[in-house]
Design a protein around this ligand. Structure first.
Ligand SMILES: [Zn+2]
Length: 463
């Protein structure tokens, strides 16, 4: 009997997720994510299309994040014309995120070509165009949680809650009597809005993420208190509070908690500006899919028909409106993309905010080395923005509690929930090597026998 699993990305790294499971009769592709990182290497990795992926009979997508979905338009443009199964909420989110990504690809290529032209070097094409992203959107096929469907000859798939972002799923395949679980990205329990990750029944093989395989977060329950304290102090000194935001997940969680604090009278009302067109669109998708909410959000919905606080939020669409925010006085909150401060509208706001000691910048997520966000967290003396130096005098706080990812304890707890004797193989993906190796050690100590840490392009025969 032949059952093969090949990893084409997110192996000993966090991005570019994609793998193929193959039998003699059929094959299925899971994820087709974008590699992110050093420009040249990323372009090279994103341009290559594995033959196995292109010829798969079906595809399943666990959630809308770009490192899982972001290269689908290129695959479809290259001729992949099969169905892509995922939850209805993921379809809506992926559609707006892929369009946004296409705009970025086009803009980046245009910028790179200006420089290449000056040097007389050959020009590059964007990875994919807006039209190609729109075309890819037509390949999606809704599959609800807990609905089992035969997606390719001899391959059944069922989606379970992953508790990571709206619509996120763990994928359980049933192939040749084997139950193969892919966790996708797992959320942390108690994260606002989405339900907690589910325990999937009796897998034989587990392919698990390992993003925070070696790190532990502060509990979500403590985050609300801390946020209240930070915002209260900032309100009293009439600060402008800038939150560089990731568009999907964390922004909505943060907005929900701020809105709750103000509604409960624990925080004075102050304007919250959301200066990110993608966040606005994503939040509309959140409103459209209450079927994905957790119990607390449902309860909250009974008293407050507007959990994302639309009446309180001021969404900024046009660039001129965004620039006008430079002249308003605090106290106020400005949530602006991008999350790691690499480009996006947040850069303009930082220019005006960081030199004044009364202001506050709240960092809500992982900041990759080399990014502007990372330097802010490190507390450098000044920051260069658009060729000008700005002193970093304001207060900077890191609020990692709203991370959409399970931490080391959550991941180990998941493995404790399964019986190591019944699981024949474990594959750990989606983590920097150090994180993945650390989790691998812990999983082996629980009694799991065949724990593999795949390399890119590595193929395994399944037991
Ligand atoms: Zn994710």
């Amino acid at each position: 009997m032949s059952l093969k699993l090949t990893f084409y990305g997110a192996a000993r790294t966090v991005t570019g997720s994609k793998f193929v499971i193959k039998t003699r009769r059929s094959s299925v592709l899971t994820e087709y994510g974008l590699f992110q990182g050093h420009r040249k290497k990323a372009l090279e990795m994103n341009s290559r299309i594995p033959e196995d992926a292109l010829s798969a009979d079906a595809m399943v997508l666990s959630h809308a994040h770009i490192d899982h979905s972001g290269n689908i338009p290129r695959l479809v443009a290259a001729g992949f014309n099969k169905r892509i199964f995922t939850t209805p909420a993921t379809i809506d989110l992926a559609n707006i995120m892929l369009l946004d990504s296409a705009e970025i690809q086009e803009r980046d290529a245009e910028y790179a070509n200006k420089k290449l032209e000056e040097k007389g070097e050959p020009l590059i094409e964007p990875l994919y165009s807006i039209e190609e992203a729109q075309a890819a959107g037509r390949s999606f096929e809704p599959l609800d949680y807990h609905e089992t469907r035969e997606i390719a000859p001899g391959v059944k798939a069922t989606l379970y809650d992953a508790g990571h972002i709206l619509g996120s799923a763990q994928v359980l395949y049933e192939i040749k009597g084997r139950r193969i679980l892919f966790t996708g990205d797992l959320g942390q329990p108690q994260l606002p809005v989405v339900r907690d990750p589910e325990r999937v029944p009796e897998p034989d093989i587990i392919i698990s993420e390992s993003t925070y395989g070696d790190r532990t977060h502060t509990p979500v329950a403590e985050a609300k208190e801390r946020l209240q304290g930070l915002l209260q102090d900032a309100y009293e000194r009439k600060a402008k509070i800038v939150v560089p935001a990731f568009s999907v997940g964390r922004t909505q969680a943060l907005v929900l908690v701020m809105h709750e604090l103000m509604t409960e009278g624990r925080l004075p009302d102050m304007p919250i500006w959301v200066d990110s067109p993608l966040s606005l669109e994503a939040t509309q998708v959140f409103r459209k899919h209450p079927e994905c909410y957790d119990k607390e959000t449902w309860e909250y919905l009974k008293q407050d028909k507007d959990p994302f606080g639309f009446f309180r939020l001021r969404y900024v669409k046009k660039v001129e409106e965004s620039k006008a925010l430079n002249h308003i006085n605090g106290p106020c909150v400005i949530i602006a993309s991008s999350g790691m401060c690499e480009g996006g509208r947040v850069v303009h706001h930082l220019k005006k905010t960081i030199p004044d000691p009364k202001n506050l910048v709240i960092i809500t997520g992982f900041q990759a080395p080399g990014t502007l966000g990372r330097r802010i967290v490190e507390g450098v003396e000044s920051i260069r923005l658009y060729g000008e130096e700005f002193p970093l005098n304001c207060e900077v706080e890191v609020l990692n509690e709203y991370s959409a990812h399970a931490d080391r304890t959550d991941l180990i707890n998941m493995f404790k929930g399964y019986d190591p004797k019944n699981v024949k193989q474990v594959f750990l993906v989606h983590g920097d090597e150090r994180q993945t190796l650390a989790l691998g050690k812990a999983v082996a100590e629980l009694g799991y026998e065949h724990v593999e840490i795949p390399e890119v392009d590595q193929e395994f025969e399944l037991r």
